[in-house]
Design a protein around this ligand. Structure first.
Ligand SMILES: Nc1nc2c(ncn2[C@@H]2O[C@H](COP(=O)(O)OP(=O)(O)OP(=O)(O)O)[C@@H](O)[C@H]2O)c(=O)[nH]1
Ligand SMILES: [Mg+2]
Length: 228
């Protein structure tokens, strides 16, 4: 039985990679910059995206997709920014995959979209295996969940382009050991950029938005798109 399970899983992942590559080409051709966000449940992805949408929505045509097993709660929160938001409910599935994104954009893709943000299901394990066709993947990690997380969940750090430490307003209250966390990220993924911020206070968001602008400007351009 065992080898068969491995084989089926490999086929699923191969199919996902093919679909994700097609999605990435499609986003690039449409001039859409796509960033995805992954973290453990409750690390602050939605709060972070609420503020990111508020801060970028005035100058950019932005939208968001958000994955959860159930409810429209996060989409309702994100919609308050005024941006178009699509909730993807996965039922029992613990991650988003390329097929879910593909299906969602078939029925929903705002005209003239420039930046699309994707909040993954709260999970530090399964999302690591699924390319979503995004250009930038950020792993979020809150100061309340323990500095050892990069060591315990290395795969997600190895697929990310940036690590974002959230809830820094709580750092002293929970005795957050900043040096230990920075060292642990560096051990698992040397050179990974690390940003520190608070969606509650807004601290660190200027640096995050500057990082985002640079990442969007650096993405590959396809003939006929401006990249703006
Ligand atoms: N103090 C503080 N609390 C925060 C911050 N960001 C989020 N929170 C709180 O943390 C809790 C979880 O935040 P969410 O944004 O819902 O977290 P999430 O990662 O989207 O959660 P899931 O989608 O369920 O995985 C909420 O009570 C937020 O108010 C922050 O920067 N500072
Ligand atoms: Mg959320």
């Amino acid at each position: 039985m065992r080898p068969r399970i491995v084989e089926v899983r490999q086929n699923i992942l191969r199919k996902n990679d093919v679909l994700a590559a097609a999605l990435r080409a499609r986003f690039e051709a449409a001039g859409v910059f796509v960033a995805s966000f992954v973290s453990s449940p409750g690390a602050g992805k939605t709060a972070f995206l609420e503020r990111t949408l508020e801060r970028t929505g005035g100058t950019r045509r932005v939208a968001a997709m958000v994955g959860d097993l159930a409810t429209e709660c996060d989409a309702d929160r994100l919609r308050r920014s005024g941006a178009p938001v699509k909730q993807i409910t996965t039922g029992t599935v613990c991650h988003l995959d390329a097929e879910m994104i593909d299906r969602a954009i078939e029925s929903w893709m705002p005209a003239g979209l420039e930046w699309l943000f994707i909040e993954n299901v709260g999970n530090l394990v399964c999302p690591a295996s699924y390319d979503l066709g995004e250009t930038l993947r950020a792993v979020l990690l809150s100061v309340t969940e323990g500095e050892d997380k990069p060591l315990k969940y290395p795969s997600i750090f190895n697929t990310a382009d940036v690590a974002i430490v959230t809830k820094i307003d709580l750092a002293s209250a929970v005795g957050f050991d900043r040096d230990a966390l920075l060292q642990n990220v560096e051990r698992v993924r040397p050179g990974l950029p690390i940003l520190e911020l608070s969606a509650r206070s807004g601290d660190g968001f200027n640096a995050w938005l500057a990082f985002l602008e640079r990442a969007a400007a650096a993405r590959p351009l396809v003939a006929g798109t401006t990249g703006a």
